[in-house]
Design a protein around this ligand. Structure first.
Ligand code: SF4
Length: 177
């Protein structure tokens, strides 16, 4: 029997949620034996496969690149999981939502810059007007809140998913924990 295909994705987040995922320590060995990790920042494949069972996504949707990636993943994945408060609520990326994008770039690259005070005009994806949680753009099947969610909450959720159940992580984590 083939193993479940699992992916992870990093949108507009700090990677802390992926670090918490790696904090599952010895369970990662067991996890690696039970699943095929087919895409994500911890593995090499560049192309997202068409028939992924579960994708666990960190970060908010802040740019057209994020949105395109999220929609592509949704169309190729059975179960999507929002990992961490940025994915679940917008959280830290959402702090920029009071500013319009040109003001945001002025604040970040000019007012708060010590040197080379200039907003980039290439190499930066087009920002959406606001950073939003994943479920405002696509259907999400499960949530693991927390900033970052503790490894035991991720462990619980992954164990439930591998058993064919949609996890309710509220016993192990909550917003801002
Ligand atoms: S939820 Fe917290 S740890 Fe996770 S990406 Fe956002 S800021 Fe980082």
């Amino acid at each position: 029997m083939s193993k479940p295909k699992i992916a992870t994705c990093w949108l507009d987040g700090c990677s802390g949620c992926h670090m918490s995922f790696l904090d599952m320590d010895e369970f990662l060995v067991e996890f690696a034996q039970k699943v095929d990790v087919v895409w994500g920042p911890t593995v090499d494949p560049k192309e997202y496969p068409k028939d992924v069972d579960v994708c666990i996504i960190e970060g908010a949707v802040s740019s057209d690149e994020d949105l395109h990636k999220l929609e592509m993943i949704r169309s190729r994945t059975k179960i999507l999981v929002s990992l961490g408060d940025c994915a679940v609520t917008g959280n830290v990326p959402g702090m920029r939502n009071a500013l319009k994008v040109p003001q945001l770039f002025e604040r970040a690259y000019v007012e708060n810059a010590a040197v080379n005070k200039r907003a980039p005009n290439w190499g930066v994806p087009k920002h959406l007007p606001t950073a939003r949680p994943l479920h405002e753009h696509v259907k999400i099947d499960a949530w693991i809140p927390g900033c970052p969610p503790p490894a035991k909450a991720i462990h619980f959720a992954v164990t439930e998913l591998l058993a064919g159940r949609i996890p309710d992580s509220t016993e192990y984590t909550r917003f801002g924990k």
